[in-house]
Write a protein of this length. Structure first.
Ligand code: ATP
Ligand code: MG
Length: 240
């Protein structure tokens, strides 16, 4: 196994104007790993994901992808480096067709044959998207929209898929199906960094986890260990 992590974040600081949100955040995602980030509302999870896809410039620290520093990189640079971001709230183009939303994910690619093959792969993964491919994305249910958002991310052919809130507002069946699909995507070699408010589900899916509290990493380790940590159960699962 390679010793260079696919994604490496060192002492990251970021915020909005004078307000600092992330303080000295460091984390790593190795090739093929499934890593989750747990934290309360407002902890800075989305802010971190926005830094990791070039939507927000950190004020200090570094992001390195496959050994390449991403200082001053644009969102397109992050996509080219192998990062795809499934944003909080899905952010589909609701008046565009499902097919066109999926193809938007491939906007930087020129390998037409491989793009067509990947689109078929997404349709096989989520047959409902194939059936409705000509419909506007806005007509999809919440769970179907999340399928479309994940499909759009995968159409970038990423090495790391960032997912901000997989299950928020979705029915348990939809969450189960999406989780199962992510397992397969991960098993096929795509690393996943998942922000998830359903802590139990996140720790079941992930190999490792980081806990972020008030913009700082307060705990990290194998998911199985954190799932049995009484402090985590009490703080994030309502159990004690
Ligand atoms: N565009 C913005 N301008 C100013 N402050 C912001 C902006 N976006 C987020 N914040 C603030 O930054 C802090 C972290 O927000 P962030 O969205 O990263 O948290 P989060 O962990 O994703 O929360 P949630 O679980 O609710 O999604 C919060 O205090 C929030 O109010
Ligand atoms: Mg958020």
């Amino acid at each position: 196994m390679s010793t260079t992590p696919t994604l490496s974040v060192m002492s990251l600081q970021a915020g909005y104007g004078d307000v600092r949100v992330l303080w000295d955040v460091s984390l790593e995602v190795a090739a093929g790993e499934l890593v989750c980030i747990i934290g309360s509302n407002g902890a800075g999870k989305t802010t971190l994901m926005r830094c990791l896809s070039g939507l927000l410039q950190p004020s200090a620290g570094s992001i390195v992808i496959d050994g390449r520093p991403m200082a001053q990189a644009t969102p397109a640079d992050f996509v080219r480096a192998g990062i795809a971001h499934v944003p909080e709230g899905r952010r589909l183009f609701s008046a565009m067709s499902i097919r066109d939303n999926l193809l938007m994910g491939a906007y930087l690619r020129t390998d037409k044959g491989a793009i067509a093959a990947d689109l078929e792969r997404i349709y096989a993964m989520f047959p409902i998207l194939a059936e409705r491919q000509r419909q506007d994305a806005g007509t999809l249910s919440g769970g179907e929209q999340q399928m479309c958002a994940i499909g759009r991310g995968l159409m970038a052919a990423p090495r790391v898929l960032l997912i901000d809130e997989l299950s928020l507002g979705l029915a348990p069946r939809a969450v189960e199906l999406l989780s199962e699909t992510l397992r397969k995507v991960n098993a096929a070699g795509v690393a996943i960094l998942l922000v998830e408010q359903d802590v139990m589900n996140a720790l079941e899916l992930a190999n490792r986890a980081y806990v972020i509290d008030h913009g700082r990493v307060t705990k990290s380790g194998p998911a199985i260990g954190l799932a049995s940590d009484p402090a985590i159960c009490e703080a994030y699962m309502g159990l004690s």
